[in-house]
Design a protein around this ligand. Structure first.
Ligand SMILES: Nc1ncnc2c1ncn2[C@@H]1O[C@H](COP(=O)(O)OP(=O)(O)OP(=O)(O)O)[C@@H](O)[C@H]1O
Length: 889
């Protein structure tokens, strides 16, 4: 903090007289409007026109011109001018170099890029202008510092290339070095992938239409130009080695080229790209994932209330990130799912094993990101120690896994290399509690390097000599409180309080500094020893840094092994979490069958809804879709639990295919290939479509792309338009799903007329959510029952919501009248046949039965200004109205 205040103070001095500041550093301001320093600045800025240029001057990074104006506003910096002498002063703002990360994060979080320009030589040794250059371009997709983001979030940079047959797409999280590549047919698939990955930045080689640009802007994705790199790059050939598709290779090369050119260093942690196909996993569009609230609540955008919130019992950031990846890409292969299930089951059964593993995992740091920092060259000694402590936890984990009698756990342990050598190397080199800075010594243990030990001896001897000098000088001078001290400006000195000044032997002592209460002196001997100590200190600090770098380089060799270990521990963390959640929430292991698409879930629950309710109050429900039933048409009052029931089915399917246990007493499931939803009124703000348009496009997606192996959830389709339109569309959609698609579908509706479809559609079954009326009050049973609902209770729900009584009375009257007219106009059978014939033209119903007297009274009431009346007058008025009404009858 003190340093920070000092730095800010210094910067103020610069602002007061920047000319002195620059001249002190040997930067002479030219009389003309452009100085050599500014010329250098403009030269560098020219290469990075779309980035904020942070230009290092001494202890500050300076922003100039527009960057300064804009930066000062965003970062709340003081905007000043570089020189008040020139006619056109240059706007300038600065940030202390020690605090630069925060400022860079803020800008990059907002979608900007930052070019960090460093002094590439020691300003004191520089002849003329200090050499400067860009050491890194920080962009939204390459940000490594943990900003406000959760450590459990990945930060992806995605590269997209257009090819003859479609698109190649590759993405990477620079902090962990993971790389994935795929190829896609159309831009819609690309957009969906970008949104699902929550990518922050896309490097794209093709032209963008106005619409696509708008999409990127709304989705908060920064679009960057590809960079062509000269020459061969080991990283590129390493990463792309296992790719076969040209589109994927091209996208990967473009990705790595961009990373290398922005980071300006070798990136030894980039991993071999993993090729994937979107249809290798259970496919869900970004909207479906959002609607089902897999990672975040749709309302708040926060973790709480999502499936991730329920399932995330991980203890490492790596585990959290992996769980998110798994939830977005559930598996299709029963074999692979069952492998995950075996691990979950074994940890579920082995309580003590799990507890021991979890205890050890709590001591494991983010190995994936630590390895990233090692490769990047910005790891410090404390982080290396974190790595070694994490590695110390591995033997404990292995012992726990090996002692368990589960073959799955034993096998898992056999695959793990604890990298003991790395842990030992670090812990025997680095001291127990090293400083954050790597350049000021105090990092390396004694006994590691003989030369370093010699320097340290020299320093210690020197210090001993100083202590002895203090004793000797006290004796010689008779000054009891004489002290030998040290400060950064004057070095070692002898301090004598003012009261003893007269005893100072001025023939030997030279006065150096006067304080209020004391004087400070030096002697030639003192300076001689100071030189010896200082030299030993500088040399030992330099040597320590070299030894540290050597250690870092040594650890670098283990990066692939460390990444593999990080992955294994992350998976183990997720399995332990699955087992814990299953135990705490009473989940069961689902079974899969691949010969048919029958669903049998006994006493299923919604994992999130049950979690926010008081224990035991959630009513479990079955989903039995067999014997050729493909569609459940669900009716029932609002608020009874239709949506919950449908979502519950989808979440159970996803949890099952991820390898988790599920909230049910028993679950026998098929493998779903895709999930489609049309749920609620979650407006799709990114596509800029109207609510009804979104509703129809989502319905269209399902009708076009769903297969017999898909799960479709349609909630109140058609309600976004006029009743008959909506009903007609809903009916037609059900029929199409039934006749042409054959997917498993849950279809909730308020159009009771649709329930008659059961008679004509063999694979459709009516079910409803039970409710009863007691003393005029609606009681929700939340229980799924066979057959259609008898009425919709909409008005009861409106009553629960507290609508004015007058509205409820009027609605009830209208309803009765409409029901009566409905049966007159079209007998039930005819109404239900709506989908085979054009909608009957309905005469506007006559709804106004109010008598003249009633109308007059209502008029009077609405115009009555109560503040003008006394209570007695009001009573009189009411009596008059009663009389009028009686008279009319
Ligand atoms: N099985 C259940 N057990 C207990 N409570 C439930 C159950 N299902 C739903 N609920 C409760 O009822 C509320 C409303 O459920 P839901 O939104 O699913 O109703 P809905 O029938 O879809 O309503 P609408 O037709 O108005 O959309 C839930 O938020 C939950 O509190």
């Amino acid at each position: 903090m003190r340093w920070f205040i000092f730095a800010v103070f210094c910067h103020c001095l610069i602002i007061v007289n920047s000319t002195i500041y620059f001249e002190e550093r040997g930067i002479h301001l030219a009389k003309s409007s452009t100085t050599p320093m500014m010329e250098q600045y403009y030269e560098i800025k020219k290469q990075y026109p779309d980035a904020f240029l942070f230009y290092r001057v001494g202890d500050f990074y300076e922003l100039f011109e527009d960057d300064a104006v804009k930066g000062a506003q965003i970062l709340e910096l003081t905007l000043t001018h570089r020189s008040n002498k020139t006619e056109n002063p240059i706007p300038m703002a600065g940030v202390p170099h020690m605090a630069v990360d925060n400022y860079v994060n803020t800008l990059v979080e907002k979608g900007y890029k930052v070019a960090l320009c460093e002094q590439l030589e020691d300003p004191k040794k520089a002849k003329g202008m200090v050499k400067r250059g860009i050491i890194q371009l920080v962009t939204p997709g390459t940000m490594m510092n943990e900003g406000p983001n959760d450590a459990k979030d990945s930060n992806y940079l995605t590269s997209v290339v257009t090819t003859k047959s479609g698109f190649g797409l590759a993405y990477s999280d620079l902090s962990t070095g993971e790389v994935y590549a795929t190829h896609l047919k159309d831009f819609a698939a690309v957009s969906n992938e970008l949104l699902s990955l929550r990518t922050r930045e896309v490097v794209y080689n093709g032209p963008l239409s106005e619409k696509d640009r708008d999409f990127m802007h709304k989705a908060n994705i920064t679009v960057s130009e590809p960079v062509k790199l000269e020459g061969e790059h080991a990283e590129i050939s390493y990463v792309e080695q296992s790719l076969t598709s040209n589109a994927e290779k091209e996208a990967t090369r473009q990705l790595i080229s961009y990373l290398l050119s922005t980071q300006k260093r070798s990136l030894a942690h980039l991993q071999i790209a993993k090729s994937y196909e979107v249809n290798q996993y259970l496919q869900m569009s970004h909207t479906v994932q959002n609607n089902l609230e897999l990672i975040a609540s749709a309302k708040t955008g926060k973790k709480m209330g999502s499936l991730f919130w329920v399932l995330d019992k991980t203890h490492t950031a790596m585990g959290g990130r992996l769980l998110k990846q798994w939830l977005a890409r559930p598996l299709l292969s029963v074999e692979e799912i069952e492998k995950r299930q075996e691990m979950t089951q074994a940890l579920f059964d082995g309580y003590f094993t799990r507890e021991n593993v979890i205890d050890a995992l709590k001591g494991v740091y983010d190995l994936e990101r630590l390895t990233g920092r090692i490769a990047f060259g910005n790891v410090n000694a404390r982080e290396l120690l974190q790595l070694s402590r994490s590695l110390d936890a591995v033997p404990v984990i292995l012992e726990a896994l090996k002692q368990d009698n589960s073959p799955a756990l034993n096998n898992f342990a056999d695959q793990i290399d604890p990298l003991k050598g790395v842990a030992e190397l670090i812990s025997t080199t680095i001291v127990k509690d090293p400083p954050i800075l790597t350049t000021e010594g105090g990092l390396i243990r004694e006994g590691v390097d003989a030369q370093l030990d010699r320097y340290r001896d020299a320093m210690n001897n020197g210090k001993k000599w100083l202590a002895q000098m203090e004793v000797d000088e006290r004796q010689k001078t008779g000054i009891d409180n004489l002290k030998v001290g040290y400060n950064k400006v004057f070095g070692y000195y002898i301090q004598v309080s003012n009261g003893n000044k007269s005893k100072v032997p001025l023939d030997r002592y030279t006065r150096k500094q006067t304080l209020t209460n004391a004087e400070r002196y030096i002697t030639p001997e003192l300076k001689e020893h100071e030189n010896l100590i200082m030299e030993a200190q500088t040399r030992s600090t330099d040597l320590e840094y070299d030894l540290f770098v050597k250690l870092r380089e040594e650890v670098k060799k283990y990066i692939p092994a460390l990444q593999k270990l990080g992955n294994q521990l992350a998976a183990l963390d997720v399995y332990c979490g699955f087992a814990t959640v299953a135990e705490q929430n009473d989940y069961v292991k689902p079974n899969f069958h691949t010969d048919n698409q029958d669903i049998s879930v006994i006493a299923g629950r919604h994992p999130v809804v049950e979690k926010v309710m008081t224990a035991g109050s959630y009513i479990p429900n079955d989903v039995e879709m067999d014997n050729g039933t493909n569609i459940f048409l669900i009716t029932g009052p609002n608020m009874s639990g239709k949506s919950t029931y449908m979502r519950q089915m989808a979440l159970i399917a996803i949890m099952a295919q991820v390898g988790s246990f599920v909230p049910a007493e028993q679950a026998d499931l098929p493998i779903f290939d895709q999930i489609f939803t049309r749920i609620g009124a979650a407006d799709d703000l990114i596509s800029g479509q109207s609510t009804f348009m979104v509703e129809m496009s989502e319905a269209n997606d399902a009708l076009q792309y769903a297969t017999k192996r898909s799960l479709v959830l349609f909630d109140e389709i058609g309600r976004g338009t006029a009743t008959y339109d909506g009903m007609a569309l809903a009916g037609a959609i059900v029929k199409y799903l039934h006749d042409k698609v054959g997917a498993k579908a849950l279809f909730a509706t308020h159009y009771h007329e649709l329930t008659d479809l059961e008679d004509s559609l063999d694979h459709l079954k009516n079910i409803h959510v039970g409710a009863t009326e007691e003393n005029g009050k609606l009681i929700f049973l939340h229980k799924i029952l066979p057959g259609p609902a008898d009425q919709s209770y909409g008005i009861h729900v409106a009553q629960l919501a507290g609508l004015p009584k007058a509205v409820l009375r009027e609605a009830t009257k209208l309803l009765k009248r409409l029901e009566a007219q409905g049966s007159e106009l079209a007998p039930a059978s005819q109404q239900l046949d709506l989908f085979n014939e054009p909608a009957p033209k309905v005469e506007e119903p006559e709804v106004d039965e109010t008598s003249e007297a009633e109308k007059d009274i209502l008029d009077e009431i609405s115009n009555l200004y109560l503040a003008d009346k006394t209570p007695l007058e009001v009573m009189q008025l009411v009596a008059d109205w009663q009389k009028d009404l009686k008279d009319e009858k």
